[in-house]
Every structure is written in C-alpha cells, then in structure tokens.
Design a protein around this ligand. Sequence first.
Ligand code: NAP
Length: 246
Amino acid sequence: MKLKDQVALITGSARGIGREIALTFAQAGAKVVISDINAESAAKTAEEFRQQGFEALSFGCDVTKAESVEEMVNNVLDKWKSIDILVNNAGITRDNLILRMTENEWDAVLSTNLKGAFICTKVVSKPMLKARKGKMINIASIIGVMGNAGQANYAASKGGVIAFTKSVAKEFASRNITANAVAPGFIQSDMTDKLSEKAKEEIFKQIPLGKLGSPKDVANVCLFLASAEADYITGQVILIDGGMGI
Ligand code: NAP
C-alpha cells in the first residue's frame, strides 16, 4: 500500500492510460479523483472503481479552463482536505503535415497538452505549497524527445511539457514538491489496436524490445514516482519506450 490515504488527481482518467494510472494508484491505497472532459464517462469509471472497493470521486473538468479546474480542486479539498499527487495526463493529437496543419490543429494540441498542464499545476500547487509536500507527474511522450513528421504540434507540446516539468521541479523543490515526467513510446491503445499486422511490424522494427508497451507499464513508473521511494528524484524524464529512444 505505497500510497495509503494519499489523494491523487489524474486528469483525462476516464479511459486509456489515465484510467490505468488511477486504478494502479487506487490498488496502492490512494483515494483517486477521476477527472475528464467527458463527465459521464468519468462518473462511469469512478463507479466501477467504487464497486471494486476503492475510494473514487469523479469530475467533468476541461483542463484548458482555469475556472473548471479551480472548481474541481475546491470540491476535492472540501471533501478530502488535501491533494498529494497530481498527474497531468489529459492529452490529444491532431496530426498533420506542417504545410497542411491548420492553426486550429496547432492551438488545440498546445492548449490541452501544455496549457492544460500549466493550469492544473498552478491550481494544485497552492494546497501542495501550503502542505509543504506533493508529487507532480506529467505525461509527456517519446515524440517530445525525438520529434515526428506529421506531429509537429504534438511534439512541440510534449517537448514543452518536459521543459515545463524541469522548471516546476526547480521552482517548488524548496517546498518538498517533486515534479517528474514520463515519456511513453508506442503504448497499446484503441488507436494501436486498429493498426494492421503490417503496420505493427513496421513499428516493432523501431523498438529494440520488439513489442508495444502497455498502459500498466506507464502506470507502474507513475506509481514509483508518486511513492516515497522516489522522494529524492525530481526534474527527471523517464522514457517508457522499449528502448526506442536509445
Ligand atoms: P486517450 O485514450 O485519448 O485518453 C485521453 C483522455 O483525456 C480521454 O478520456 C479524453 O477525453 C481526455 N481529455 C481530452 N481532452 C481533455 C481536456 N481538455 N480536459 C480533460 N480531459 C481531456 O489517450 P491515451 O492514449 O490514454 O493518452 C494519455 C496520455 O498519454 C496523453 O497525454 C498522451 O499524449 C500520452 N501518450 C500516449 C501514448 C500512446 O501510445 N497512447 C504514447 C505517448 C504518450 P475524451 O474521451 O472525451 O476524448
């Protein structure tokens, strides 16, 4: 029970990697806040967690809207008194080649992936600074380290998340708040499930370990970073990519 009685807020956690992180934290004893732009699916996920005996609250919250984040955080503090762990996971893609990419596609990705992380960090840092403790974990991507044709907006947002994480780590270290990023590579998801065998083979050629990662692979590293075992680690970026970034 590495996170016994800790309160963890995970953005974009109704489904996908965020859901797996929330489940892993709940299994480690945390009370989890399932926060997602889709209120209905967040409520459904939280209900599934409660049925398994875990403590879970849900909120419909758009990370790009400061008022929406503030309202959620105030509600969590009223109910559970603290927020000990924040995972900035909510993220989107709007892929296109640069010559075809619209400003809307650029803005949407930068707004959700980077500005959203800034807003949530700013709002959640207040109770953490007061408590003089906290763990912040940002979900970046291998694309933010290596770049990728057709994903200039996504790469810029995730590269920004990495630089942002290092700045947060420096700014809040004196208050015992750590900030680290994880950078997943190709992770099994709705998107990768739809790929043809041939497309998967092409992807596997780029991955030394020769297989996709799972949401659990990402959640396990987040659990470590959120636990006391990682108390002396801050400002780091951990690649969870089967060696793709070597
Ligand atoms: P996903 O399945 O699309 O889940 C993302 C969740 O975030 C969805 O529930 C989505 O809601 C929610 N969301 C979108 N915009 C939001 C907003 N403005 N405010 C709050 N919630 C919002 O994605 P995933 O594959 O699990 O990815 C999770 C994170 O890992 C992302 O940051 C992604 O960039 C990163 N990542 C993923 C991979 C991968 O291979 N999957 C690799 C590297 C990094 P809706 O359901 O309504 O859209």
